[in-house]
Design a binder for this molecule. Structure first.
Ligand code: PHE
Length: 447
């Protein structure tokens, strides 16, 4: 595609908005609390923060550099710099495909909660956890999943610039505001203190178990949308004068802020309502209604929150849909429209697989009974494909490419001072890759 016909995002702020739109979503508001709940709360938060700075931000900058330098999709970007490295792009495309296979389902839950806020969630008197289980057993779950895929499809088909920028500009400030209101509200719930203790007061004995670090690195990759070509694809639409360092720092800080706010909302409510922080994927859907139920205008607050969560999820689904759409369009020379249809059809197929196929795994020490592609896709992307993509991105950007490559992108060919460059290069060369390798080895049980 020529420079003229390829889309580009408006200006500096747009680059931050769209990238933060991709990053902020179910990862920070749904996945982060449930991972933290299962992995010791405050200990997890601490390790997660560390991973964002040591792993997430550097890798994001590496991806930005590749995307903006090449102005191509994930596969094309790496390939145009060095042919064998196209496989790193394929790793991203596979990651985007597998995320599509379950993310829409959870996004659909949010959509359903938005609607049912007005139709029974609060008025039926049935315990929230029972309502959630009933919803999962009904065909509505599949319908909402498909509706969500179609929504994403519609936005993508209108083109990246219009849809994504607009959605992010409105949604993000609103999301912050409602999270802050909710955080203030839960502080007054009885027993909330227990929740703050769980989330903010680390127990160092648990803090550094290999599994906590493994899960936290996965969460850092997932929540920042790095390690799978998403930021390569988005940066391919950035302008030449965009300050990549500032963009990545802003995106990471905004994402962190949302995740921490989500924790400050969920955990006090969990303990106040006598629920368990370890309950897994259903955690926020069973907990949040507890916050709203005694508020005046409960349905309205609840619907507003789930509307914002739906929008936040939408700006994320758009981003991995775009990884696949750009790949199909540019690598297989299809029209964008065709590429969009193929991506949406694949997403529907994979989500249906996740919803309707249950199986057992007993393979290489991994024993899971009654599991589904939902869990498998989540585990494989966040804990394997994305860290692997991140590791290879480090090696590519600072070991394989000449030093000029990263320096030029970080300093915009000498226009910016690039004070962070030496630190970034050092981190990308040694710290990030060694940490990922260490955690991989440790987790396969070789050490
Ligand atoms: N970061 C997104 C979220 O937290 C999920 C995502 C992962 C989006 C990878 C794109 C690529 O919801």
């Amino acid at each position: 595609m020529s420079e003229q016909t390829r889309a580009s995002f408006g200006g500096k702020l747009s680059a931050i908005l769209v990238s933060a739109g991709s990053a902020i979503g179910l990862g920070s508001i749904w996945r982060f609390p449930y991972m933290a709940g299962e992995n010791g709360g405050a200990a997890f938060l601490l390790v997660y923060l560390l991973c964002v700075f040591v792993v997430g931000i550097p890798v994001m900058l590496g991806e930005f550099a590749v995307g903006r330098a090449t102005k191509l999709n994930a596969v094309g970007g790496f390939r145009s710099l060095s042919r064998p490295w196209r496989w790193l792009g394929y790793n991203g495309v596979l990651g985007a495909l597998l995320i599509s296979g379950y993310y829409y389902i959870v996004a659909g839950w949010s959509l359903e909660y938005m609607v049912s806020s007005f139709s029974g969630l609060y008025s039926s008197g049935i315990p929230f956890s029972e309502q959630f289980t009933a919803f999962q057993a009904s065909p509505r779950q599949a319908i909402y999943t498909i509706v969500f895929i179609l929504l994403t499809h519609l936005i993508i088909i209108r083109g990246v610039e219009k849809g994504i920028e607009k959605a992010s500009k409105v949604m993000m400030p609103a999301l912050f505001i409602i999270l802050i209101i909710m955080a203030v509200r839960v502080a007054f719930m009885p027993g909330a203190v227990e929740g703050y203790r769980f989330f903010l007061n680390p127990n160092f004995k648990e803090a550094f178990s290999a599994n906590t670090i493994f899960t936290a690195i996965g969460q850092a990759f997932f929540s920042l949308s790095v390690g799978m070509g998403c930021m390569v694809t988005y940066a391919s639409y950035f302008k030449k004068n965009n300050n990549l360092t500032n963009t990545s720092l802003s995106v990471a800080l905004l994402t962190l802020l949302v995740a921490v706010l989500a924790g400050l909302v969920i955990f006090p409510a969990v303990f106040s309502a006598g629920l368990e922080p370890t309950e897994g994927a259903s955690l926020i859907f069973n907990t949040l209604p507890e916050i709203f139920k005694d508020m005046p205008l409960a349905s309205l607050w609840s619907a507003t929150f789930f509307l914002l969560l739906t929008l936040a999820s939408l700006t994320s689904t758009i981003s991995f849909h775009e990884v696949l759409t750009a790949y199909f369009a540019e690598e297989h020379k299809l029209s964008r429209k065709r590429a969009t249809y193929i991506t949406s059809a694949l997403s529907i197929a994979l989500c249906m697989l996740s919803l309707f196929w249950v199986f057992d795994i007993d393979f290489a020490g991994l024993k899971l009974e009654n599991t589904s592609c939902f869990d498998l896709f989540d585990y494989v992307t966040a804990n394997i494909l994305m860290p692997l993509g991140g590791l290879l991105t480090c090696i590519f950007v600072v070991w394989w490419m000449k030093p000029d490559f990263l320096r030029n992108e970080i300093t915009n060919y000498g226009e910016l001072k690039g004070r962070a460059y030496p630190l970034l290069r050092f981190t990308l060369r040694y710290i990030t890759p060694l940490l990922i390798i260490y955690i991989f080895i440790k987790n396969i049980g070789l050490m």
